[in-house]
Design a protein around this ligand. Sequence first.
Ligand SMILES: *Cc1c(COP(=O)(O)O)cnc(C)c1O
Ligand SMILES: [Zn+2]
Length: 399
Amino acid sequence: MSYFSHLYCSRCEKSFEVNQVVNLCDCGSPILAGYNLTGARKFQKEDLNGRRPDMWRYWEMLPVLEEENIVSLGEGFTPILPLNRLGRELGLNHLMSKDEGLNPTGSFKARGAAAGVSRAVELGITEIAMPTAGNAGGAWASYAARKNIKSHIAMPRDAPAITATECAVAGASVYLVEGNIADCGKIIAAGSEKYGWFEVSTLKEPYRIEGKKTMGYEIMEQLNWDPPDYIFYPTGGGVGIIGIWKAIREMEAIGWLEGNKRPKMVVVQAEGCAPLVKAFQEGKKTAEPWPNPQTDAAGIRVPRALGDFLVLKAVRESGGTALAVGEEEIKNSVQKMAEKEGHFICPEGGANLAALEKLLQQGVINNQDRVLLLNTGAGIKYPETLSFELPILKKEDRL
Ligand SMILES: *Cc1c(COP(=O)(O)O)cnc(C)c1O
Ligand SMILES: [Zn+2]
């Protein structure tokens, strides 16, 4: 049985029935899933032994009420790789990467899509619509296809080309927009209003974050309930960081982390699009929209986040920090990770490594700290990020 018990507004706390089909609260804020945390104290860590090796092993703390509604492609339970060689070079004794690139559709967006589409099935929704920087579209289109749910997806024309193909091949209606993800959002909002599609934009429905929070449960379980000191998160809309923090709070509430310290959350953005970093540094509770967002790390090219106040709250509560890195640093970091560790990460993941190096230089992080970098997607989804001049040999050439 799932302990999912109600929906509540993240700002004004108004509550809603579990089976009400909702987008935002009347106050304009995201609605989140709530659980019967007292009842959930019966759920024990030991219950996880021998369960399916995917995110549904935590189903008591997920919002799907009937098991038959679960739509899965095998998402979650991705490995945490020790980065010994790179760690040594940086002077860090405990450096790790959780490789979310191994998820179906090549990014951690699969987690959110699995939860979101499962709930859409449960609620009888037949058409969904969303703006995307690329990966979310690919994921939601794929999961929706499994249950014959029609998807309508708008993405910036300069989103990674593979992600448009991913949506199209799964039968979605895909629109390439001359503009950024915020422009796509306006187009989708208008289309949804007109045609009655259910909008599944970031934080405009309550369940994507529930899928993404499983990263928090997994990090704790895989590290044997001993949290890392820092978790680095390349932040766009911020769902993952809000989700991981929600998971930590839930695990505390059900007695899974007693006596443990909390990990410090690090928000990483690109210098060309850093609204949350700016707000953090200025001590603000919400972020101003970022004019003319630019970075090759498409997943974090998000000029305005609906959940800005939740991201900023999570970082501050955790005692973490926020910083931005440059495009060259991102590229160099992607290359460095592959060269030193054979781990081909996405540019967003590269931003994490660049940020780590900065915090080491500044003395914020020291060599005993246990650091976990979330590689949010597979490097092979971004063939356009790096290019190499390679020698071309004719058949008769010999080395
Ligand atoms: C979407 C995305 C992000 C940003 O995730 P949020 O949870 O929306 O902040 C980071 N990296 C990749 C590869 C993404 O696809
Ligand atoms: Zn509200």
